[in-house]
Design a protein around this ligand. Structure first.
Ligand code: GTQ
Ligand code: FE2
Length: 362
């Protein structure tokens, strides 16, 4: 965008310069110098396509485990995956925080709650349990554990081994919206034994069966989605397809969305979570969508293409996909991927838009 200044004679140029200075002093900014950036033709995110390797993340988190205590103040030994396109901020994308959290043997992270929404996804290990509003929820490989907004939570490692997992939160979104509230919980840690199944699973974890006369809840009341169920759902999708049932997503690509049993909608109000399974050799249809996502490889290897970048990924590796960037995933081996995104926010605001296939070039 050119300003009218270029077309003006010298005295007017001086007057115009004076006008801009006076705008500045009066705390004013004209649209005509801002339009291209503020109202771009298509989304033009600051965040860039980026990849973090589990082989880098885990050893660094482990070093933090030796050097940095976990406790009041810092609250969590969580290390954010900070997008290089958003310098100086612990933001993985414009709206999403992804972090590796590490708890050493017999360590605990104290109770707190916040307006930010959170979940944990476990790529390896077990032995930590997270206490969500008093309900002890075990964390094991492949499980998705929820901590909805304003639920108290604390984490305990009851074993002799360290454990690390992926946290996903809407910290950047809540920060941008000036909507953050935070409260410490009691300092006395829960010491109760960790049961195999949480109360939430016993009440809400039976497929197709809900406690009668329970009203719909905005966030899922089920705090744990177990790998055994996720795995079975994906295997069945691909097995059905092999028997001639039309593919639910696309050939060789099965996917499930984690849902709130009381609504059928997303588990969390601001974050969508999914697990995808690709057969070896499959390439997904190119897709571009408004809003951002973070993918983590759960098992297998492949290549993730985002905009003009490509990342060869294996178990535990994490990829950030900023808004409106073309995404294609190629499975070298059979490939299981966990995805979380800010889709529910865009859908609620009427800003969702997705293009699949070759149309998505622009
Ligand atoms: O586990 O409570 O990665 O509050 C960031 C903020 C984890 C947590 C994070 C948090 C937590
Ligand atoms: Fe927290």
């Amino acid at each position: 965008m050119t300003t009218p200044a270029g077309q003006l004679s010298e005295p007017e140029d001086v007057a115009l310069k004076q006008l801009y200075d006076d705008f500045d002093r009066a705390a004013l900014m004209p649209l005509w110098t801002q339009r291209e950036e503020m109202m771009s033709l298509v989304p033009s995110p600051g965040a860039v396509p980026a990849c973090w390797r589990w082989a880098t993340l885990f050893p660094l988190a482990s070093r933090a485990g030796e050097l940095v205590p976990v406790g009041r103040g810092g609250e969590r030994r969580a290390i954010a995956l900070a997008n290089p396109g958003i310098p100086g901020r612990p933001f993985t994308t414009a709206t999403l925080w992804a972090a590796i959290q590490f708890l050493g043997p017999h360590e605990s992270a104290p109770a707190h709650r916040h307006s930010q929404t959170a979940f944990r996804f476990v790529v390896e290990g077990e032995g930590v349990w997270t206490n969500v509003d008093g309900d002890a929820v075990a964390m094991r490989r492949g499980d998705l554990l929820l901590t909805p907004s304003w639920h108290f939570h604390e984490h305990h490692n009851t074993t002799d081994k360290p454990m690390a997992w992926l946290d996903g939160l809407d910290i950047p979104l809540v920060h941008q919206l000036d909507a953050g509230f935070f409260e410490l919980g009691p300092d006395t840690l829960t010491t109760a034994a960790t049961p195999a199944r949480s109360v939430s699973e016993r009440l809400w974890g039976h497929p197709g069966l809900l406690p009668a006369a329970m009203p719909a809840r905005p966030n899922s009341p089920l705090m744990a989605y177990r790998w055994i169920h996720t795995d079975a759902a994906l295997s069945d999708q691909l097995a059905c397809e092999a028997e001639g049932v039309p593919a639910t997503v696309e050939p060789g690509h099965g996917a499930v969305r984690f849902t709130n049993p009381t609504t059928g909608g997303d588990v969390l109000r601001t974050i969508r979570t999914e697990m995808h399974r690709l057969r070896a050799g499959v390439t997904t249809t190119r897709v571009r969508t408004v809003g951002s996502s973070v993918w983590q490889v759960f098992e297998g290897s492949g290549t993730v293409y985002v905009a003009d970048q490509s990342f060869e990924v294996a178990t535990g590796d994490v990829v950030a996909v900023p808004s409106w960037q073309k995404l294609t995933i190629e499975a070298t081996t059979g490939l299981d991927l966990f995805r979380f995104g800010d889709d529910p926010v865009y859908e609620a605001l009427g800003l969702a838009r997705t293009v699949r296939g070759e149309d998505g070039t622009r």
